[in-house]
Design a protein around this ligand. Structure first.
Ligand code: EPZ
Length: 419
C-alpha cells in the first residue's frame, strides 16, 4: 500500500488551481443514465472514486471516453442492465446515485445496499422513502435494494434530515416522473445546484435547487448536454487550511468564495488574512493563530468534510477550541493519530477539545478515511521531522495529484509506492 512521506516544517507559498469537485462529478456521471444521448463533462477530477463510478457505469452499458479536455459519456450499449453489484458499491457508497436514474429511465433498479462506513452508519432510508413517495415499489433482499415502477409519478416528499445524495437521487428520478414533484427539507450544497444545472441543460424542469424546497416538473425524455463541473470547495478548503497551518501565502485559482463562506469566515476569525479576486482566493497566514470553536452543519454551515483539516489547524492555535461534529457520528478517527504527533485533543461524544499550540513532531500515522488522511498530511507539513502517512488510498479517492500540488507550493512530500 502506498504511503506519503512529508518533511516538516514548511511554509506553503505559491499558486495552485482547484480541480473539479468529486462530489459534483459523481452525480453528474450518474445522470448520463437518464438519456441515450451523449453527455460531455469538463473538469472531472481524475480520482479513484470517479474511476469506480466509471466502472459501474460501464457495467450498466455506458461508454465513456476521456480526452485532454473532457469526458464523453453515452448510455446506449445495454439498456437492459439494471444492477449495481456489491463488489463496486462496497468500495464507494456514492454508487447509490445510480438508483434514481436507473429506476426513472429503465423502470427497475437493483442496487447493492452500501454497507457501514468508517465515519458513520450512513443509512439510505430517505432515498428509499423518497422513491416510494414517487410510486416506486421498493424491496430489500439479499443485501440489495430492488426498486420497480412502470413510470414514476410526481409527489410530495419531506426529508427527515437534509441528505446530499438523497436530494440528488430524487432530483434525477423526479426529472422523468409523470407530473410535478415537490421536495422539502432538501440539502442545499453547491454540488446539488450544479447537478440541477446539468439536468436543466438536458431538458429537465427543476426550480429551487440550493433551497430547502425544490420543485420538479417531470418530462417525457431528456437529451444530451455539455457541462463544466464546479470547482472542488473541499479540495480548495484543504489547501487554504494548509496555508494557514504552515503560516504560508497561497493562492487558489478557480476556487469559488461563495461556496466556502463558512470556512473563510472562520479562518478570518482565527487571524488569517484572506483576499478574494476574480481569479480565486489568497490566504496569508503570517500572524498568530487564535483558537476558535466550530460546529459542523449541512450547507451553508461549516462543512463536515473540512472538520478534520480544521482540527489539525487548531492544534497550532493559541487557546482551547471545541469542534462539534453534528453530521456524522464517528468522524474523529484522526484524533488519536494527531495526538501521536504531539497534539493535545480530548474527545467527549460529538465534541473534541483541542488545546494549543502544540509542538508537533513527525511520526508514522495511519489514514482511516478520505478527509482524516488530509488532516494528517496537513499536520505533517507543520511538524518537526518526517511524517509517513500510511494507507493513502483513502487520499487518492478524492484528491487529484496532491503530491505535485504540495510540491508546487514548496512542500517536501514523496509517495512511497507499495511499501
Ligand atoms: C455527501 O454524503 C458527501 N458525499 C459526503 O462527502 C459528505 O460528507 C456528506 O454529503 C455531508 O456533507 C458525496 O456527495 C458523494 P448525507 P451523503 O446523506 O450524501 C444521514 C467526502 O469526504 N442520512 O447528506 O452520503 C447520514 O447518516 C464525503 O467527500 C440518513 O440517516 O451524506 C448523515 O448522518 C464523505 N438517512 C446525514 O444524514 C439517509 O437516507 C447526512 O448524510 C441519508 C442520510
Amino acid at each position: 500500500m502506498d504511503k506519503l512521506s512529508i518533511e516538516g516544517p514548511v511554509s506553503l507559498q505559491g499558486t495552485i488551481r482547484a480541480g473539479g469537485a468529486k462530489n459534483a462529478a459523481l452525480p453528474a456521471l450518474a445522470a448520463c443514465l437518464l438519456t441515450e444521448s451523449r453527455i460531455e463533462l469538463t473538469d472531472v477530477p481524475d480520482v479513484r472514486d470517479i474511476r469506480t463510478m466509471l466502472s459501474l457505469l460501464d457495467h450498466l452499458g455506458v461508454d465513456s471516453e476521456r480526452s485532454e479536455t473532457s469526458l464523453l459519456l453515452q448510455a446506449n450499449r445495454d439498456p437492459t442492465a439494471e444492477d449495481a453489484p456489491y463488489d463496486l458499491v462496497k468500495t464507494m457508497r456514492a454508487s447509490v446515485l445510480a438508483l434514481g436514474p436507473l429506476l426513472a429511465r429503465r423502470g427497475h433498479a437493483r442496487v447493492s445496499l452500501p454497507g457501514g462506513c468508517a465515519i458513520g452508519v450512513r443509512p439510505i432510508d430517505q432515498h428509499l422513502a423518497g422513491l416510494e413517495a414517487l410510486g416506486a415499489r421498493v424491496r430489500l433482499e439479499h443485501g440489495y435494494v430492488d426498486a420497480r415502477s412502470d413510470r414514476l409519478r410526481g409527489g410530495l416528499f419531506r426529508f427527515s434530515m437534509p441528505s446530499v445524495t438523497g436530494t440528488e437521487n430524487l432530483l434525477m428520478a423526479a426529472s422523468l416522473a409523470l407530473g410535478t414533484t415537490v421536495l422539502e427539507n432538501c440539502a442545499r450544497e453547491p454540488e446539488i445546484i450544479d447537478l440541477a444545472e446539468l439536468l436543466n441543460k438536458m431538458g429537465a424542469q427543476i426550480q429551487g435547487a440550493g433551497e430547502e424546497r425544490i420543485e420538479i416538473q417531470g418530462v417525457e425524455t431528456l437529451s444530451g448536454a455539455t457541462h463544466g463541473i464546479i470547482a472542488d470547495r473541499i479540495e480548495a478548503g484543504t489547501y487554504l487550511i494548509g496555508a494557514a497551518i504552515t503560516r504560508g501565502d497561497v493562492c487558489i485559482e478557480n476556487a469559488r468564495p461563495r461556496d466556502l463562506s463558512a470556512l473563510l469566515e472562520k479562518l478570518t476569525e482565527t487571524g488569517c488574512q484572506i483576499d478574494i479576486d476574480e481569479n480565486g482566493l489568497r490566504l496569508r497566514g503570517t500572524g498568530e493563530l487564535v483558537s476558535k470553536d466550530v460546529v459542523t452543519a449541512p450547507h451553508p454551515g461549516f462543512p463536515t468534510d473540512l472538520q478534520a483539516q480544521y482540527m489539525a489547524l487548531m492544534t497550532q492555535a493559541h487557546g482551547n477550541a471545541t469542534v462539534c461534529e453534528t453530521v456524522f457520528e464517528n468522524r474523529f478517527q484522526h484524533v488519536p493519530e494527531l495526538n501521536r504527533m504531539g497534539a493535545s485533543i480530548e474527545i467527549d461524544g460529538s465534541f473534541a477539545r483541542i488545546h494549543g499550540p502544540s509542538r508537533l513532531s513527525g511520526a508514522r500515522v495511519m489514514a482511516t478515511d478520505l478527509r482524516a488522511s488530509a488532516s494528517l498530511v496537513l499536520a505533517g507539513l507543520a511538524a518537526e521531522g518526517t511524517t509517513v502517512v500510511d494507507r493513502i488510498y483513502h487520499l487518492d479517492r478524492g484528491y487529484e495529484a496532491m503530491e505535485s500540488k504540495l510540491q508546487a507550493l514548496g512542500a517536501r512530500v514523496q509517495r512511497i509506492s507499495g511499501a
